[in-house]
Design a protein around this ligand. Structure first.
Ligand code: F42
Length: 144
């Protein structure tokens, strides 16, 4: 079994600890917004370590849309490269944990449809896209 390596960012690490440690009954929202979050468990593309990344909960049917916004920062978050390398993930949505497979959304029409869901679930995504010249990567996670 690969080792779980917590995020170097304290507030992110603390959220994962509370969310997972409570079995998905606490720490499930983004502080200040009250909006729900999921935990994506994936594998580091260089170390092979287990990584756990909280992201906003954007549902599309049985699946989840994962948005690599990183607050509109100029660079992609590192987890993007991990998912591109190994698309097998687990998603915890409160008390439920489901094995899923992700794919990056490349088709413009599909991205537009999913982006509307993302902004509906978490309006700041729109502002984040406006802040950065990169096109924010979007992944769709679907049950295996
Ligand atoms: N981030 C988003 O991008 N979108 C969201 O919707 C979002 C929501 C959200 C809600 C709650 C919350 O607590 C956090 C939220 N975040 C959201 C922040 C998100 O959880 C991540 O912290 C953020 O996206 C940054 O991701 P990151 O993968 O760049 O994390 C960095 C800080 C990190 O963990 N770096 C590690 C380190 O040690 O520096 C490396 C992690 C890693 O995967 N390493 C790879 C490996 O092999 O292990 C190697 C990577 C390489 O290629 O070098």
């Amino acid at each position: 079994m690969a080792e779980y390596v917590p995020s170097p960012i304290k507030w992110v690490r603390d959220q994962v600890e509370l969310y997972e440690g409570s079995g998905g009954t606490e720490g499930t929202n983004l502080l200040d917004t009250g909006l729900p979050v999921v935990i994506v468990t994936h594998r580091g593309n260089r170390t092979g370590s287990i990584r756990k990344t909280p992201l906003m909960r954007v549902k599309d049917g049985d699946g989840y849309v994962l948005v690599a916004s990183q607050g509109g920062a100029p660079k992609n978050p590192v987890w993007v490269y991990n998912l591109r390398e190994d698309p097998s993930v687990e998603i915890r949505d409160r008390t439920e944990v489901t094995p899923m497979r992700v794919r990056e959304v490349e088709d413009a029409a599909e991205r537009e449809r999913l982006w509307a869901l993302c902004v509906e679930a978490f309006p700041p995504y729109e502002e984040y896209q406006g802040k950065t010249s990169r096109t924010i990567p979007v992944f769709l996670a679907e049950p295996v």
